[in-house]
Design a protein. Structure first.
Length: 436
C-alpha cells in the first residue's frame, strides 16, 4: 500500500515516453509529491515502437495496473529462437526458465500503450497525509510544454521553475529523464563546471550518433493473418543474425500483429522517404548481403512488409550505448538530478534490458529520496553509476553477435536477469497503488 503523502515541496519530473511517468509514480508510492512534465517523443525516437519487458518490469505494470482493469494489451513471450542467415538454429531458449515462479513474465507490447497507461495512473488522485481530500498529480503534456527558466530559492531550499506558458512553481528539485539535454535550463548559468558537464553529455551523444559504427534500426508493426507463414507463434520471439553483423527481431505485440525491428543502412536515407521508398531502401540493403534462406524471412517478414508498406507503422532511430561520469548526474548539490534515459542508453536488444535499467533507476532513486532526501545524493549516484556500468558491460556481451561467442548468450542473459532480480524482488513488495 502506498505511503501517505508527506508535507513537503514536490519534485518536478521531466521526460518523454515511459520513464518520466514511471518516476513520478515511484515518488508518489514513497510518500512524496510529484509534478510531471511529459514532453512529446521525438518523431524518430526509441520512445516509439515495440518493447519486450523483463519479468520485474512486467510485475510492476501488470500487477498494479490490473487492479484497475487496465492490463496493457500485448503478449506474454515464452520462447526465444535465434537463427543465422542460413537457417541454422543458434539458440532455443525457454524464457520462463529465467524467471522466478511467482514473478512476472517477459511481455511484448507497444511503448505508447504503456505510456498512456502510466499517464492515466498519474491522473488518479492519491490521498493526503490525513487520508482526506484526494490530491491529483499535476501533469503538463503536449507540444507546447517546456521550461523557460530555473532559479535557486533563497537559502538553497529548492528551485523555482518558470514554464513557457508563464506559470511558475516551487520544487524541492528537478528529476530529468529526457534525452534532450536542453529540456531543463541551467540553474546557475555562471557555473563553469556545470556548463562543462552539460557540454560533455551533449558531445557524448553527438559522437555516438555520428559514429559510422552506431547501429541504426527501423521498427515496423504489421498485421499477421492466420494463413501467413511466419514460422513463429504469437508467444515466441524470433531473431535472425546475419554473418555481416546485422540483426532482425520479430516481436509479437499481439496475436494478430508482429513488430519487425531490423538494421538499416543510414538514417539520413530514410527520414524523408515515402513509405514505398522506405521499404525499397531496406529491401535493397538486405538483398545486397548474403541471402537469408530461413522461411521466417522469405515467407513472413519480406512479403508481410511489402503487402503493408503503405499502412505499417514505421519508426527509425539510433540507440547508442553511452554512460556519463557520475558527477554529471547531479547539478547544484542535488537540485537537479539526471537519471535513466538522460544519463545512459543502450543498443537495441531482442529483450530490452536498457528499459529494465531505467525502471531500476526510478525505483531506487525514489526509495533514496524518501529515506534521505537530497542528502548523500552524490554517493548514491556514484554507486548507481557503477551498477549501470556493470549492466552496460553485460549488454556489450549480448551485443557481440559473432558465431564464436553466440553460445555465451544464454549465460549472459541469465546473469543480467538475476543481477537485476535481486533488487526488484525487494522493491516490488511495495505496490504503486496510490490509495491509503
Amino acid at each position: 500500500m502506498a505511503q501517505a503523502l508527506r508535507k513537503a515541496a514536490p519534485f518536478l519530473v521531466v521526460g518523454e515516453g515511459i520513464a518520466a511517468p514511471l518516476m513520478a509514480l515511484c515518488l508518489r508510492s514513497n510518500g512524496m509529491h510529484a509534478h510531471l512534465l511529459q514532453r512529446p517523443a521525438e518523431k524518430l525516437s526509441i520512445d516509439q515502437g515495440s518493447v519486450i519487458l523483463t519479468p520485474r518490469a512486467t510485475s510492476f505494470l501488470t500487477e498494479d495496473l490490473e487492479l484497475h482493469g487496465a492490463r496493457p494489451p500485448g503478449n506474454m513471450v515464452s520462447n526465444f529462437y535465434s537463427y543465422d542467415n542460413s537457417a541454422n538454429v543458434l539458440m532455443n531458449l525457454n524464457l520462463d526458465s529465467l524467471r522466478a515462479e511467482d514473478s512476472g513474465t517477459f511481455f511484448c507490447c507497444q511503448r505508447e500503450v504503456i505510456e498512456r497507461l502510466l499517464l492515466r495512473e498519474c491522473d488518479r488522485p492519491a490521498s493526503q497525509l490525513e487520508g482526506k481530500n484526494p490530491v491529483k498529480m499535476p501533469v503538463k503534456k503536449g507540444a507546447n510544454v517546456g521550461i523557460r527558466k530555473v532559479t535557486s530559492q533563497p537559502g538553497g531550499s529548492g528551485v523555482t521553475v518558470q514554464f513557457k506558458n508563464g506559470a511558475t512553481g516551487n520544487y524541492e528539485g528537478i528529476i530529468n529523464l529526457s534525452r534532450d539535454m536542453d529540456a531543463v535550463p541551467l540553474i546557475n548559468k555562471d557555473n563553469s563546471d556545470v556548463k562543462a558537464q552539460r557540454k560533455e553529455c551533449v558531445d557524448v551523444l553527438r559522437r555516438a550518433k555520428d559514429n559510422m559504427q552506431t547501429p541504426f534500426w527501423v521498427d515496423w508493426t504489421i498485421p499477421v493473418k492466420p494463413e501467413d507463414r511466419w514460422e513463429l507463434h504469437y508467444d515466441e520471439l524470433g531473431e535472425i543474425v546475419h554473418r555481416a553483423g546485422r540483426r532482425i527481431f520479430v516481436r509479437p505485440t499481439s496475436a494478430k500483429e508482429f513488430s519487425i525491428c531490423m538494421n538499416i543502412p543510414r538514417r539520413a536515407m530514410l527520414e524523408d522517404s515515402t513509405p514505398a521508398q522506405h521499404f525499397n531502401v531496406v529491401k535493397n540493403f538486405w538483398s545486397s548481403l548474403d541471402p537469408i534462406t530461413h522461411a521466417l524471412w522469405k515467407d513472413g517478414i519480406l512479403p508481410g512488409l511489402e503487402s503493408t508498406v503503405t499502412t505499417a507503422h514505421k519508426v527509425n532511430y539510433v540507440t547508442p550505448t553511452y554512460c556519463f561520469e557520475s558527477d554529471s548526474w547531479l547539478e547544484e548539490g542535488g537540485k537537479y538530478i539526471r537519471i535513466g534515459p538522460a544519463a545512459h542508453g543502450a543498443t537495441a536488444q531482442p529483450i530490452d534490458i536498457a528499459d529494465a535499467i531505467d525502471f531500476e533507476d526510478c525505483f531506487l532513486l525514489a526509495e533514496h529520496l524518501a529515506e534521505h532526501g537530497t542528502n548523500d545524493l552524490r554517493d548514491w549516484c556514484a554507486s548507481r553509476r557503477l551498477d549501470v556500468m556493470d549492466a552496460m558491460n553485460e549488454i556489450a556481451v549480448l551485443d557481440d553477435i559473432s558465431r564464436t561467442k553466440r553460445a555465451k548468450f544464454m549465460f549472459s542473459l541469465k546473469r543480467t536477469y538475476y543481477m537485476f532480480s535481486k533488487t526488484f524482488s525487494r522493491t516490488y513488495k511495495r505496490t504503486l497503488r496510490p490509495y491509503s
